[in-house]
Design a protein around this ligand. Structure first.
Ligand code: 5AD
Ligand code: FES
Length: 350
C-alpha cells in the first residue's frame, strides 16, 4: 500500500469505511483466526521519571499520589490471572531506570514464573532501558515487550515531549532495536488524534510500524488530561468521536498492512465509547488487556480523562468482558499464550 492510498483509507466515511472495516475483519479471521487473547494488565507503580506532555502521571504532576504496589499485591493479581486462564499478564509502570527498579522487575519476573509453574506469559511495559537490562529481563522470563513510539514523526514527537536527553526520539527508536536483539516479541504503537498531527503523519506511522517489522501493536485515541501541558491545545483537537473513528480506521489499515501481527484493543477506546474495545475486536484487533491493577491504586493511574474501570474488581471485570466479547462475536483463547504469529514466522529457522 502506498502512502496516498493509506491517507485516503484513514479518511474513509460511509460505505467506503464500512468496506474497509469489513475487509480488515476478514483479513484478521483468515490470518490469525477469530480468537481474542487476554493479557491481565497490572499497573504496578505510577512513579515516573519522565515528563511527557500528554500524560497524567508525568513527573511534574504533583496532584498525583504516587504508589508502588507491594510484591504480594502484584503476585495476587498474577495468581488471579493464572487461575482464570488469562495465560498472560502485562506489567506496566511509569518509566524508571534506577538499579533498584531494574532489580525489582527482575525479582518479580522470577516470582511470577515460580508461582505459575512457568505457565504465565509475561509482557513488560517498563520503558526505555539498556540492552543489558532487556537481556536480563528476557532471561528472567519476560517474552514480550510494549514500548510505544507515540509518533514516528520526530517533529511531532518533540511537540508532545520535552526536548531533552531524557525524551530523545532517537533513543526510543534505538530501544525498540534493543528489544528485538534481546529476543522479545516487540510491540509498539502511537496515539491517534494528537494536536498538530496530520493524516500524513498517521500514514507514516503505519509505514513505520511495517518497516520496523513489529510483532504487536497497541494504539488508541489521544485523550486530553487537564493537568498536563498539552491540555492547552484541546481546542484544536478533533472531537472525541472523530478520534475514536479514526483510531478504528488506523487499526483496520494496520491489520491489512500487517495481517499476522497481534493488535490490542486499547483501553483508551473505552474511555470514549463504553463498547470501544469490543468494536476494535470486530474490525481487526485480537488482544484485550483486562485491568487487574488493585482497585485502590486505579484512581492514581489516570493517564487520561475518563479512564474506565476505576472501581470494578477483577472478577466483575472478567464476567462483564466475557459477555461483551461474545456479543462481539469472537471467542476467548483461554489458557493460550496467543503469541504473535508474525513473530513465529519471522524467527523460524530457515
Ligand atoms: N491519551 C491517550 N493515551 C495516552 N497514553 C499516555 N497518555 C495518554 C493520553 N493522554 C498512552 C501512551 C503510553 C501508554 C501507556 O498510554 O501511548 O505509551
Ligand atoms: Fe471493566 Fe467490564 S471491562 S468492568
Amino acid at each position: 500500500m502506498e502512502k496516498e492510498e493509506i491517507i485516503q483509507l484513514l479518511q474513509a466515511k460511509g460505505e467506503a469505511r464500512t468496506a474497509l472495516l469489513q475487509r480488515a475483519q476478514d483479513v484478521k479471521v483468515k490470518e490469525v483466526g477469530n480468537k481474542v487473547y487476554f493479557r491481565g494488565l497490572i499497573e504496578f507503580s505510577n512513579v515516573c521519571a519522565k515528563d511527557c506532555l500528554y500524560c497524567g502521571i508525568r513527573k511534574s504532576n504533583d496532584k498525583v499520589i504516587r504508589y508502588e504496589a507491594t510484591d504480594d499485591e502484584i503476585l495476587d493479581a498474577c495468581r488471579f490471572a493464572w487461575e482464570n486462564k488469562f495465560a498472560s499478564v502485562v506489567l506496566q509502570s511509569g518509566e524508571l531506570s534506577s538499579p533498584a527498579y531494574v532489580k525489582r522487575v527482575d525479582k518479580l519476573l522470577q516470582k511470577i514464573k515460580q508461582l505459575s509453574n512457568n505457565e504465565l506469559g509475561i509482557t513488560l511495559s517498563c520503558g526505555e532501558q539498556s540492552l543489558e537490562t532487556y537481556k536480563h529481563w528476557f532471561e528472567s522470563g519476560a517474552h514480550r515487550y510494549l514500548l510505544r513510539i507515540e509518533s514516528s514523526n520526530p517533529d511531532l514527537y518533540y511537540k508532545i515531549h520535552p526536548q531533552n536527553d531524557m525524551h530523545s526520539f532517537d533513543k526510543r527508536v534505538e530501544a525498540l532495536g534493543f528489544l528485538k536483539k534481546a529476543g522479545f516479541q516487540v510491540g509498539t504503537g502511537v496515539m491517534i488524534g494528537l494536536p498538530f498531527q496530520t493524516y500524513e503523519d498517521l500514514a507514516n506511522d503505519l509505514l513505520f510500524l511495517k518497516k520496523l517489522d513489529i510483532d504487536m501493536c497497541g494504539m488508541g485515541p489521544y485523550i486530553e488530561h487537564e493537568d498536563t501541558p498539552l491540555y492547552e491545545f484541546r481546542h484544536q483537537l478533533k472531537t472525541k468521536q472523530e478520534r475514536f473513528d479514526l483510531a478504528l480506521n488506523m487499526i483496520a489499515v494496520l491489520r491489512i498492512l500487517m495481517p499476522d501481527i497481534n493488535i490490542a484493543a486499547a483501553t483508551a477506546l473505552q474511555a470514549i465509547d463504553p463498547a470501544g474495545r469490543e468494536k476494535a475486536l470486530a474490525i481487526g484487533a485480537n488482544v484485550i488487556m483486562p485491568n487487574l491493577t488493585p482497585t485502590a491504586y486505579r484512581e492514581e493511574y489516570q493517564l487520561y480523562e475518563d479512564k474506565p474501570c476505576l472501581d470494578e474488581d477483577a472478577e466483575l471485570c472478567r464476567n462483564c468482558l466475557e459477555a461483551r466479547i461474545h456479543v462481539a462475536g469472537a471467542e476467548i483463547g483461554y489458557g493460550e499464550w496467543g503469541d504473535s504469529k508474525h513473530f513465529k514466522s519471522r524467527t523460524k529457522e530457515p
